[in-house]
Design a protein around this ligand. Structure first.
Ligand code: SF4
Length: 460
């Protein structure tokens, strides 16, 4: 039996409008909403959404105001690399206990801030509110304001209590608000405009920011600061001086870019450095913005040289991957779109895809580039992912850390595109690495020895 979305009723009924099949459904996908209670979403909580955005600020202290359990989502949650400070890799928590829940945790927070400042002298502290803090009503805004005055540094509240929403995108917004607060010039301060650009939604995973920086430098363009990969507090404060903002991870940074345009008059353009074609298009878009003939000439030379390296690699693996079936489940839509394009260039058919935080317009773009019959899911849960991996007879899945084991236990190849990767997938170099990884996992002989559906075998 099938419901309106052509999904067998093994799926939770309330989830039916979050799953569509291209070419079959007349209604639009239900998305950008709270997760369904009990559906065991693959998303993380609001606090973790805020944390992944802010964590790569390398010299700031990231202080989690809450029980120690929340701080588990702390150390090395991103593969963000630093060219200098390593403070961001330390874990700080107020470690709230029952007594604090009864009598309030503000005094403990004040003591923690004082201790951290005394021991580490950070230029800024981000104080993250967690569920417990929101419930007991600690006034972290007042505590941070008072601590800022006392210590003469930025102590920024991040209002990210996990229960605020069932959508981690609310955490992205909380992080965005904290960043805007940090970079806003204080009374009397001015930031001179320059010809440099800011790179928003770039987290320097495995050094990806450095790679793009190399391309831009070759074109004659400098990065002012990235939000937030390999950034420092001082560099972020120079953000209003950029002449352009690039937005890569739109889910986390589109709202910030809009506000930077409103407050500082800085225009923004969307870029996507995943995949060789996307990288080339993005570099051309940036060159066009500068409208300088020399920059355009250098950009074209760079693209020609790099595409000559990428083309034979893609052709080689395309011959081996043509006709294989792929699935994608990632956090942001910009990444899903890029991976779909890359896999199609490798001759594969994307038969199932989805995101944690995609918006209606993102899903329209996805629907426009996948073939008819592709299953598209918003905010999936493990049962749905397993079901469609089997139903669509997938050969290879690209996703994050939580999807890896779902694919592997079903005997399906997997490419890790998660934010804790230690080697980057961006740019032309990343396109080559991605093609190699897709081939290696899809065509690995190990899958011939693993049953695709262990349940069927157990049932005889
Ligand atoms: S308790 Fe709340 S803030 Fe902490 S990890 Fe869980 S959902 Fe997130």
């Amino acid at each position: 039996m099938e419901n309106e979305c052509s999904v067998p009723t093994a799926c939770i009924d309330e989830r039916q409008f979050s799953i569509v099949t291209t070419g079959k459904n007349k209604s639009r996908i239900h998305c950008a909403d709270d997760s369904l209670a009990g559906a065991v979403s693959q998303r993380a909580c609001v606090y973790s959404g805020a944390r992944v955005v802010l964590n790569p600020v390398t010299d700031a202290v990231h202080l989690v105001h809450g029980p120690i359990g929340c701080a588990a989502y702390t150390w090395d949650i991103r593969g963000s690399l630093s060219s200098g400070p390593e403070m961001f890799r330390q874990s700080f928590s107020t470690d709230l206990k029952e007594r604090d829940v009864v009598f309030g945790g503000e005094k403990k927070l004040v003591a923690c801030i004082d201790e951290v400042v005394g021991k580490y002298h950070p230029p800024a502290i981000f104080v993250y509110a967690t569920c417990v803090v929101g419930l007991i009503g600690d006034d972290i805004v007042a505590v941070c304001k008072e601590a800022s005055g006392r210590h003469g540094i930025d102590v920024i509240p991040v209002e990210s209590s996990g229960f605020l929403s069932g959508n981690k995108i609310v955490g992205y917004r909380a992080a965005g608000e904290a960043l805007l607060k940090l970079i806003r010039p204080k009374d009397g301060e001015t930031v001179e405009k320059t010809r440099k650009l800011n790179f928003l939604g770039e987290y320097n995973l495995g050094g990806e920011k450095w790679l793009v920086e190399r391309y831009l430098r070759e074109m004659g363009i400098e990065i002012n600061v990235a939000f937030t990969g390999d950034s420092t507090v001082a560099a972020l404060k120079r953000a209003p001086g950029a002449c352009l903002n690039l937005v890569q991870c739109s889910g986390s940074m589109h709202w910030v870019a809009m506000n930077l345009e409103k407050e500082y008059g800085t225009p923004y353009i969307d870029v996507n450095f995943f995949g060789a074609a996307n990288t080339a298009e993005s570099l051309r878009r940036i060159a066009r913005f500068y409208g300088d003939e020399e920059i355009v000439r250098r950009t074209e030379a760079l693209i020609e040289r790099e595409m000559e390296r990428v083309r034979p690699v893609v052709e080689k693996y395309r011959a081996r991957l043509a006709g294989k079936r792929a699935a994608i489940y990632v956090g942001g839509a910009f990444k899903a779109l890029a991976i779909i394009r890359q896999l199609q260039e490798l001759g594969m058919e994307v038969v199932f895809t989805g995101t944690q935080t995609g918006k209606q317009e993102d899903y329209e773009q996805i629907g426009a580039i996948v073939s008819e019959g592709t299953v598209v899911i918003d905010d999936a849960n493990p049962a749905e992912i397993e079901k469609f991996l089997l139903e669509k007879d997938v050969d290879m899945m690209a996703g994050g850390v939580k999807e890896r084991f779902l694919a592997h236990k079903l005997g399906i190849g997997f490419v890790d595109h998660n934010h804790d990767r230690k080697d980057g997938l961006a740019g032309f170099d990343g396109a080559i690495r991605f093609a190699r990884e897709v081939y290696a996992t899809t065509c690995s002989p190990v899958w011939e020895r693993v049953k695709k559906n262990p349940f069927e075998e157990a049932e005889g």
